[in-house]
Design a protein around this ligand. Sequence first.
Ligand code: SF4
Length: 589
Amino acid sequence: MKILLTTLHAKFIHASLALPCLKAATNKMAGIQSVIREFTVNEQRTGILRELISEEADLVAFSCYIWNVEAVTRIAADLKLVRPETLLVAGGPEVSYSAEEFLRDNSAFDFVICGEGETSWQELLTYLVKNADTAINPDAMPAGIAYRNETGIVAARERDPIENLDEIPSPFALDLVDTTKPLVYYETSRGCPFSCAFCLSSLEKGVRSFSMERIHADILYLIQKEVHVVKLVDRTFNYDAGRADEIWDFILAHNKTSTFHFEIAADLLTEENLRRLSRVPAGMFRFEIGVQATGKETLSRVSRKSDPDLLLAMVKRLRDETGVTVHLDLVAGLPGEDYQGFLTSLGRLFPVNPHHIQVEPLKVLKGSPMTEIAVREEYAFSATPPYTILRTPDLSFDEIGHIEELSRLLDLYFNSERFSRSLATVARYLPLTDFFDTMASFMKKETKAVQVSLKGLFERIWHFSEGTLPKEAISDFQDALCYDFCLGEYPSAGVIPSFFSVEWRPVRETLPRQTIDAVLAGVNKPSGSRVRTFTARFTHDYRTTPPTPGLIDLIFVYVSASARGLRVEVFSPLPPFSSSHNPRTSPTN
Ligand code: SF4
C-alpha cells in the first residue's frame, strides 16, 4: 500500500514534525511504503494537486492546521474527483476536535485521526491492509478514528494517550526530518499542566515527557546537523524546573551553532533556572512567553492560572541577568478586557524590555472551552479559519481593527529591532503604548503599499513623530533615528532620508584617509565582499546602553556579499579602532 503524507506549511522555512512521526510509527510495517511531500500555502493549488496525483498513492494523509485547512480541503476535493479510488485521511489540531463536522462538510475525506496520531495511524493502516476490499467493520475500526461508511459518519472511540512516549520511534534517529530547513520542530513532552479556555492544549490532561536518554539523543542529532533554529513545541517546556535545567545543561554542553526556541511559563522559573540561564550565550536561547492579558479578573474568566506580576518580574530578570531573547505574546479580546484594558496590558510589557511583543486578537478555536464562553457572552467571531473575533461585549469591530493595525506596527517598528534607539528615545518622553496607539490611528489613514522599503518605513515614522512628539523630544529622536538608519542601510549620497539631521559631509571631508584605512584594517572582509563606509556626527554615542550624551563622530562600515547579507560595524575614529557595537547583520540589502 502506497501512503503519501503531506501538509502545507505557513512558510517555506518550516519542516514538519508530525509527518515524520507518522512515517516513523509505521516504518517497520510490512506492505507499507510511505513518502512525505511538504508544500507551503503560498504555492499554486493546481501545482500541488498535480504533484500529489503523480505519486499515485493508495492513501493520502493531510496534516491540518488553522493556516492550511482551507487549502487542504480544496485540494483534497479535487484529488478525489481525479482519483476517486484514493483514500483520504485528515489529522492535526484543526480537525481533531470537530471530526464529525469536518467529515460532514468535506465529503472527499474518508477518515479523521483524532488527537495523538501515531498509534491510531499504525492501527488504521494495519486495518486497511487486512481489509482492503471489504466494507468497514465498525467493531474492528481502531479507536481514535472518525470515519464515514454507507450509513453515515461514525464518531471516533476515545483512545488513551500513549503512556510511554519512548515507544514512538524517533523520526530523527531514522533521518526522516528535513534538517536542511532553517526551522525544525522538536518536542520533549506532550500536554500542558494548565487549562486556559482559549487553547486546544487545555483539552489534554496532564503532561508526559520523553525519557532524558531519548531527549539527549534527539538533541544531539539536531546539534550535529547544525540546524539553524530548533523550535520546541512543548506547550510549557519548564513545567518541571529540574527537568528544564537538565535539558538546558545538555544543550549548553554540546551546542555548536543552533538557536533553541522554547515556550515557557516565566512565573514558573526558579532561582536555579535563572542561574543556569545566566550562562547561556546571547542569542542561543529564545523564550516565547504568553502573557495574554494582565487583568486578573480576565485571566480567571478563562481559567488561566498565571500570576502576571510575578511573570513580568521574571521577564525583567531574564532580560537583566541572561542573554536569552524574549518574545512576549498578548491576546486581545479575552472576557472583560476592553480597549483601555488591552492598552494597560500592553503598557506593562514595554518596561520589562522584551525583544519582541506579538499582539493577536483572540481566536475562538473549534473545540476549545472558549467557544462556549464566546457563545454565552455573545461574541461575534469568524466561522472560518482562523476564527478571529469580530466583536466582543467589550471591544467593537473598529477597536479590533485598530489593535490589528497596532500589532502590524509593533512588528515593523518594535519587533524588527531596527528602531531600537529611536523607540528608546521616544520612551524617555512618552509611554510607548501611547506612541503606538496614536501611530495606529495615523497609519490607518495612510495608503498602504504592499511592500515598503526600509527607507520608506523610516520616513513614515519620522513623518508621524514630527507631529506627535513633544517639541523638546524632536531633535533627540531625529538623531537616534539617523543612527538606527545608518545601522540598517548604507545611506548613499543620492538616497539620504529627509530626516537626516546628523552632520556627515563635513565629517567625511575632514576625516583623514589614514583613519578610515586603520579602521578597515581591523574589519573581517570575506573575499568577494563589497566594503563601504559612512561617517557622521551624533549627539549621543548609541553604542552604549543608555546612550552616552556628547558629540561624537562615528564610522559605519558596511560589508556585503551575495548570500551573506549586509554586516554593519560601528567605530569611533579614535584609536584603538575596535567595534564596540555588536555587528548588525541583515539578510536583505
Ligand atoms: S495557553 Fe499555554 S499554558 Fe494555557 S493551556 Fe495553552 S499551552 Fe497551556
